[in-house]
Design a protein around this ligand. Structure first.
Ligand code: PFF
Length: 452
């Protein structure tokens, strides 16, 4: 493991590496699996518009605030708050973040496991000649089974732990560097094929033509939750990564570039999926299985689809890995720095804990499908509580912390790298995180849970 300066801690060594690793955390199943199905469930275009507004007005400021906390605090999410505001209970944001990391990792590994199964199915040419009903049936019988979904979940968590064990720089930087551009290229090819299917226009209209009658308070909360989930913000993953970023890198550029890349990939996934959904007469609101029905149908209609399917699902699994390592890193960095546990022990403890909870998520599609709490399966409950409650609440507290608790001069110093960089929009950023973001998040959140 190489040391690169930051308080003698391990860190990212190149600017490109930082962007790739942070973008690697942001770009994942959230863009390609979750975004399309949540758009589908929330009525399409109007949701997309609200989502984009939230990314710009709330997402980027929260991400920048997290980068500031992490690089200034030079610790894991819990430790950074304690260092920046000693003796005050702000470290509680870190505790919420740890809980969110566990919960997300648990259900994330269920879906990531599905992508591993689909790599094997692609190799076996299992989609060949199947109608979309048959493909739907194939997915149904797989994900409502017990053994294979659990098996792949274990494999995925072990892979995540293994990468974490190889250290920050070598592990995270190297793996994310090369592969993400390939994923984007493949999505472009799939989007083009999807758009050329007969009936594709319906999908484009669904995605881009807003129908404002669809906008309910729950749509706003879902858009906020999706924006935070997709950008990996509100729980300290970006605080943790921020603490590995060197003092000479420009935090504002990183936040802007990562958010832009993340949003483009999500929209690209939407453009690949919805035209095909409409062309094949499928239901856009069918839920978490959406891409697992639709993508194999697109591959079948693509020359060389056999190879494309294999490459795509491999890249998707890697995108999931670069996100899940950032989730596990949140917990491992905490255990190592605060509880003085060895990195190896910390990784094994955190991964086993996530796996334990994750098993219940996976089984909530089969043996535990009848176990419901507040009308939700265990999977849905964890997803909802983490994405729509803990992340918005965490994001709210994070902007309040940077806006009201940290001194303006301190924030400015961090954003300008000690006065070296010109920061033109500082006044605007300050205004957004002090007033606009906290008020907006509070209204959306409390309104939709029925408190306002
Ligand atoms: N942003 C990731 C995705 O879109 O797949 C998921 C995620 C990673 C959420 C890390 C939160 C996090 F801290």
């Amino acid at each position: 493991m190489s040391l690169s300066g930051n308080d003698g801690r391990d860190g990212f060594t190149s600017k490109f590496g930082i962007i790739c690793a942070t973008a690697g955390s942001a770009i994942g199943l959230g863009n390609i699996w979750r975004f399309p199905y949540v758009v589908g469930e929330n009525g399409g275009g109007a949701f997309l518009l609200v989502y984009l507004g939230f990314i710009l007005l709330l997402g980027i400021p929260v991400m920048l605030s997290e980068l500031v906390i992490g690089r200034r605090g030079q610790r894991n999410t819990f430790g950074s708050f304690r260092r920046l505001s000693p003796g005050k209970p702000w470290w509680f944001i870190g505790v919420m973040g740890l809980a969110a990391a566990f919960m997300i990792l648990a259900f994330y590994s269920t879906i990531a496991g599905w992508t591993l199964e689909y790599i094997v199915k692609s190799f076996a040419n299992a989609f060949k000649g199947k109608s979309s009903e048959e493909l739907a049936g194939m997915f149904q019988s797989f994900h409502t089974g017990v053994f294979w979904p659990l098996f792949w979940q274990v494999v995925f968590i072990v892979m995540t732990a293994w990468i974490i064990l190889s250290g920050v720089k070598k592990g995270i930087e190297q793996y994310s560097k090369i592969l993400m551009p390939f994923l984007v290229a493949l999505l472009v090819i799939m989007a083009i094929r999807s758009l050329s299917l007969p009936g594709a226009m319906g999908g484009l209209q669904f995605l881009f033509k807003p129908d404002f009658s669809e906008l309910t308070t729950s749509v706003f909360l879902s858009a906020l939750g999706q924006a935070f989930f997709s950008l990996s913000i509100g729980m300290g993953a970006i605080i943790t990564y921020g603490s590995y970023i060197r003092k000479e890198n420009n935090l504002t550029t990183i936040a802007a570039q990562v958010s832009l890349a993340d949003t483009l990939v999500a929209i690209l996934a939407g453009v690949a999926i919805f035209p095909a959904v409409f062309a094949f007469g499928l239901d856009p609101a069918e839920g978490p299985g959406l891409i697992f029905h639709v993508l194999p149908s697109i591959f079948q209609k693509l020359p060389g689809g056999y190879f494309f399917a294999i490459i795509f699902f491999i890249l998707l699994a890697i995108a999931a890995l670069t996100s899940s390592i950032s989730l596990l890193e949140v917990v491992v960095a905490f255990l190592v720095e605060e509880l003085r546990v060895s990195r190896k022990k910390a990784t094994i403890m955190a991964a086993s804990g996530a796996l334990f909870v994750g098993v219940f998520c996976t089984l909530s599609f089969s043996s535990l499908s009848e176990a419901k709490f507040f009308g939700k399966t265990i999977f849905d409950l964890l997803d909802f509580s983490a994405s729509n409650i803990l992340l918005p609440l965490g994001g709210l507290l994070i902007v309040v912390f940077v806006g009201w608790v940290m001194k303006s001069a301190e924030v400015k110093d961090e954003l300008s790298n000690g006065g070296l960089l010109k920061i033109r929009l500082f006044g605007f950023f300050r205004f957004v995180i002090k007033f606009i973001a906290p008020v907006a998040i509070a209204i959306i959140f409390f309104n939709s849970i029925g408190v306002l």
